[in-house]
Ligand binder design. Structure first.
Ligand code: BES
Ligand code: ZN
Length: 397
């Protein structure tokens, strides 16, 4: 073994150690057992994606370094962190990276031509327009206001009616302890691959103004009655056609997106913690403002999965006739897809325009259907509903 190399390793590591007696490290999970055997039983705190956070005595760092050298032939092979939080953060980010790398892209095939074509042709504009208008009638759908609770009940009843003839479908609130507005989840149980979950979601809340938001007028027609109405039309087609997916499909109307993606964050993190196998997530947030002349559907490239975005573009080419698509970027975690992405699941966000051309009326009382760039109709949102149906037929198989 090269002695100099080893000394440099040890020096490098000690330079990062804190002055406390105990420090937090991240280390390859394959080295945890050996290190526990040869050191004074350091504690493994959390493990994910082949990396473990451990608490070790500062005085043992050097022995650990030797061990890593001799047994694993690694220089260092672990990182010493300033705090527990920092160590945990590495683990979280690494988990995301690893998962993003290992996604089951092989599943993204397009081979359900007959069924998909038939179901896509069932999508209509009017039910979407009607639902946007109905949701816009609530004073607001703010996460803390009574009308934000009532609007969720409205969507729940609507979804339940659509599913009335099915005993493999459930519509349930997902309650949040810190605010009154619940999220809403509709589940179509998969026939043969129940544990694999495909999710289509959008946020149901709306917001406007800075003071007295509980009472402020916030129709949120585009942001995001349009997305919820789009999803509801997808549900209608799935129910009326009697479609039974192999995978489990969940439709979600998230609470409290406008105040920091709170509803979706709670759900996505719970799914992650429970080890649920979410194979794909699509977010519909703002689908009815035709803002970009030569593009209909625009995939946000940040906080999303690249391969899945491509797959969805291919679905448009194949099944959503006459609709053009491209890419844009939010520049930040602008909607609930980011909650899923941050929890390590593949997500996409097909959006109504480029970021630059997006609807300037959102978060005001002027976000109504008549200013959406499709003349008071839901013509633009209809394209997204057709994409949603094609997506579910191909992903649900
Ligand atoms: N629908 C918007 C996000 C959006 C707006 C995307 C314009 C693209 C163009 C969403 O409801 C929203 O308002 N998000 C917040 C961020 C969130 C973390 C509170 C925003 O963009 O300020
Ligand atoms: Zn918004």
């Amino acid at each position: 073994m090269n002695k100099l190399w080893m000394i440099l390793c040890i020096l490098g590591i000690n330079a990062y150690a804190t002055v406390e007696d105990e420090v937090y490290i991240t280390i390859g999970s394959d080295a945890v057992l050996s290190s526990q055997k040869s050191l004074n039983a350091p504690k493994a705190l959390k493990q994910s994606s082949g990396i473990t956070v451990m608490k070790v005595k500062k005085s043992e760092i050097e022995s650990l370094s030797h061990l890593m050298h001799e047994k694993f032939n690694r220089c260092g092979g672990f990182i010493v962190h300033d705090s527990k939080a920092e160590a945990m953060e590495v683990l979280a980010l690494e988990g995301i990276r690893q998962k993003a790398k290992n996604l089951p892209f092989a599943d993204f095939t397009i081979d359900q031509e007959q069924k998909a074509t038939k179901l896509v042709s069932m999508v209509k504009e009017f039910p979407i327009r009607d639902m946007i208008l109905e949701l816009s009638k609530f004073q607001n759908r703010y996460y803390k206001s009574q009308s934000g609770v009532d609007s969720q009940a409205y969507i729940k009843t609507k979804w339940e009616k659509l599913a009335a003839a099915r005993n493999d479908v459930r519509v349930e609130y997902y309650k949040h302890s810190r605010w009154p507005q619940p999220s809403l989840i509709m589940t179509i149980e998969g026939t043969s691959k129940k544990d694999e979950i495909v999710i289509i979601g959008g946020h149901a809340d709306s917001i406007a103004g800075w003071w007295g938001r509980e009472r402020a007028r916030a129709p949120g027609a585009d942001d995001n009655a349009s997305g919820i109405a789009t999803i509801t039309e997808v549900i209608r087609v799935m129910m009326e056609s009697g479609y039974q997916p192999s995978r489990t499909i969940q439709f979600m109307a998230y609470a409290a997106e406008e105040v920091g993606l709170l509803g979706s964050k709670a759900i996505a993190n719970e799914y992650k913690d429970q080890g649920k196998n979410v194979v794909s997530v699509v977010q519909f947030d703002m689908t009815n403002h035709k803002g970009t002349e030569d593009l209909d559907i625009v995939f946000m490239t940040d906080y999303t999965n690249q391969a899945q975005n491509k797959f969805m573009g291919a679905l448009i080419d194949k099944y959503v006739e006459g609709v053009s698509w491209g890419y844009s970027k939010c520049g930040y975690g602008c909607s609930d897809h980011a909650s899923w992405h941050n929890a390590g699941f593949p997500a996409s966000m097909p959006f109504e325009s480029t970021m630059r051309d997006s609807n300037g009326h959102i978060h005001t009382k002027r976000d109504t259907i008549d200013v959406n760039g499709s003349g008071g109709t839901a013509d633009h949102a209809e394209k997204f509903a057709r994409l949603g149906v094609a997506y579910l037929v191909e992903m649900g198989k």
